[in-house]
Design a binder for this molecule. Structure first.
Ligand code: TYD
Length: 219
C-alpha cells in the first residue's frame, strides 16, 4: 500500500537530548489533534526489545561489529514491518527516536564497518523506507557523556554497553552524523543541542511546520 503519513526521526550522539525533544514533539501533535505514534530504537516491538537487551547488555563485550550491524537491522526490520509502515499507511505521523542513521553513525563511522555494507543491510531491513525529516541534535561527546553521567547519578538508569565505549568512539560517531548532515541536506536538519531545551523545541517545530507546508497538511 502507498505510504501517506509522515515519518520523522530524531538522531544524535548519546546525551544530545533526543528523547526529550521527540516526546515534546509528540505532545505538540497531540495538542493539535494530530494522530501521532512515538517509537524508539533499538526496540519498539516485543521482539525488538529482546534484541535490544542483547545489544545493550554489558556482558556482551565479545560482540563483533557485524553481529551488531545485523542485530540493529533485525530489530529495525521488525519495527518497520510491524509498527511504522502500518501507521504510515493509516496516515499517522510517526516519530522515531533513532533509526537507520544511527547505524550509519555508530556501526559505520564508530566501529569502522563498510558504509556500503551497513546501508545495504539496512535498506533491506527497512524496505527502503527513509524518514521525511530527520532532526539531528548535535552535541560534543564530552558534553553528551557528562549529561548522561548526571542522569545516572540521579539514578535513572545504568550506563549501557555502547555508552561505556571510549571517548574516541563517540567522537567518530559525531563525525559520522556531521558528515550525514552535509550529504543529506534535503532530509537531515542539524540542530545545536546546547542552546537549551525550549530553543531546540522551537527549531524542531519550525522544521516540522515547513515540512507540513510542503506536504500541504494543516497544523
Ligand atoms: P539508548 O539507551 O536508547 O540510548 P539513547 O537514549 O542515546 O538513544 O541506547 C541506544 C544505544 O544504541 C545508543 O548508544 C546508540 C546505539 N545504537 C547503535 O549503535 N546503532 C543503531 O542503529 C541504533 C538504533 C542505536
Amino acid at each position: 500500500m502507498r505510504k501517506t503519513g509522515i515519518f520523522i526521526t530524531f538522531e544524535g550522539p548519546d546525551g544530545a537530548g533526543k528523547t526529550t525533544q521527540a516526546l515534546k514533539l509528540k505532545e505538540y501533535f497531540i495538542q493539535r489533534g494530530i494522530d501521532c505514534l512515538f517509537t524508539r530504537e533499538p526496540g519498539g516491538t516485543s521482539i525488538g526489545d529482546k534484541i535490544r537487551d542483547i545489544l545493550l547488555d554489558n556482558e556482551n563485550k565479545k560482540m563483533c561489529a557485524k553481529t551488531e550491524v545485523f542485530l540493529y537491522a533485525a530489530a529495525r526490520a521488525q519495527l518497520v514491518t510491524q509498527v511504522i509502515l502500518p501507521a504510515l499507511e493509516q496516515g499517522k505521523v510517526v516519530i522515531c527516536d533513532r533509526y537507520i542513521d544511527s547505524s550509519f553513525a555508530y556501526q559505520s563511522f564508530g566501529l569502522g564497518e563498510e558504509t556500503d555494507f551497513v546501508l545495504t543491510v539496512n535498506e533491506e531491513a527497512t524496505q527502503g523506507l527513509y524518514p521525511d525529516l530527520t532532526l539531528l541534535l548535535d552535541v560534543a561527546p564530552e558534553e553528551g557523556l557528562r549529561r548522561q553521567r548526571e542522569r545516572y547519578s540521579k539514578g535513572s538508569k545504568a550506563q549501557d554497553r555502547i555508552e561505556m565505549k571510549e571517548l574516541e568512539f563517540h567522537q567518530k560517531v559525531r563525525q559520522g552524523y556531521l558528515f550525514l548532515a552535509k550529504i543529506q541536506k534535503e532530509r537531515v536538519l542539524l540542530l545545536e543541542a546546547g542552546v537549551g531545551e525550549q530553543e531546540v523545541h522551537k527549531e524542531v517545530i519550525k522544521a516540522v511546520e515547513d515540512l507540513f507546508l510542503v506536504r500541504d497538511v494543516q497544523v
